[in-house]
Design a protein around this ligand. Sequence first.
Ligand SMILES: Nc1ncnc2c1ncn2[C@@H]1O[C@H](COP(=O)(O)OP(=O)(O)OP(=O)(O)O)[C@@H](O)[C@H]1O
Ligand SMILES: [Mg+2]
Length: 300
Amino acid sequence: MLISVLSLKGSPGTTTLAVALAARWPAPARALVVEADPSGGDLGLRFSLSSTPGLGSLAAAARRDSDADLVWRHTQQLPGGLPVIAAPPDADQARAALAALAPDPTSGLGVLRAAANRPDTVVIADCGRVDPGSPALSIVRASDVVVLLSRAHADDLAHLPRRLPTIGRWSPNPVLLLVGEGYSTAEVARELGVPPLGRVPDDPNGAAVLCGRPNKLRWGRSGPAHSTLGRFAHRVASELATHERTPTTQPEPRPAAPVAPVSVLRSVPGVPPDAVSSNGGRVVPSPATDHRDKQGGQAS
Ligand SMILES: Nc1ncnc2c1ncn2[C@@H]1O[C@H](COP(=O)(O)OP(=O)(O)OP(=O)(O)O)[C@@H](O)[C@H]1O
Ligand SMILES: [Mg+2]
């Protein structure tokens, strides 16, 4: 299974959630994180990893080898043993590696998709902030599920009605997760027509461990497994693990064969185009509910 984690705006915790999902993916699948962020990687610096192997060495090797096991030869391990393919911190190098990893439509699926086709393998790609020109887009389009993180304030949500239909064209299975305070999941579901799968909990200690800053929590039994964020990631991962794989033979264009949606989601096309104004000034929830939510009300 190939899962892309991405944002459209800001830095809502995409890398942290990608690591959390992989760390808490339910057995028996093997999960790995691929840092596919065109703005450059953070994992190498956060966890003092070597500069190679990583995304750069994988991209170089993928020019001559499309073996489904190739990705595993370019991983390093985080403290708890989680395999990761870290991106170069330099954005130009990261973008070059991603461009090289884009599958050739005439000759194959690309190494990430090939690895993810293995029934025991889950590849979680942190695609960072994605726009239509992103070199990570081929990974997004080849994914079985796209996990979109958005902060829940009006100015972040304001972008969704315009951008969600585009994401719906990239993936038939977008999953929306809200981050932080703001509008409730119920309000977002009602106004966008896309029920969020949940709200990422604000958990500085749990996030710190996943970012290589051990505190009173440590990786292993008392780290991701027992933090609020780790438990949330496990619930999301368990939901995603039930998703039927996209029967991909070629990554682009996406096959026309129908794909079973994740049960709690609706497809994105059909989102009311004007539910949220383009400048963020008129988010539809009434002043009363707006006021209540800013006092901390949340649906989940
Ligand atoms: N759920 C959370 N609760 C509290 N803090 C968090 C949470 N998720 C992430 N953080 C913190 O937010 C910061 C940014 O997280 P992260 O690097 O995952 O964001 P990002 O969206 O990947 O950013 P970038 O755009 O730089 O790639 C980190 O310091 C991290 O510890
Ligand atoms: Mg990131």
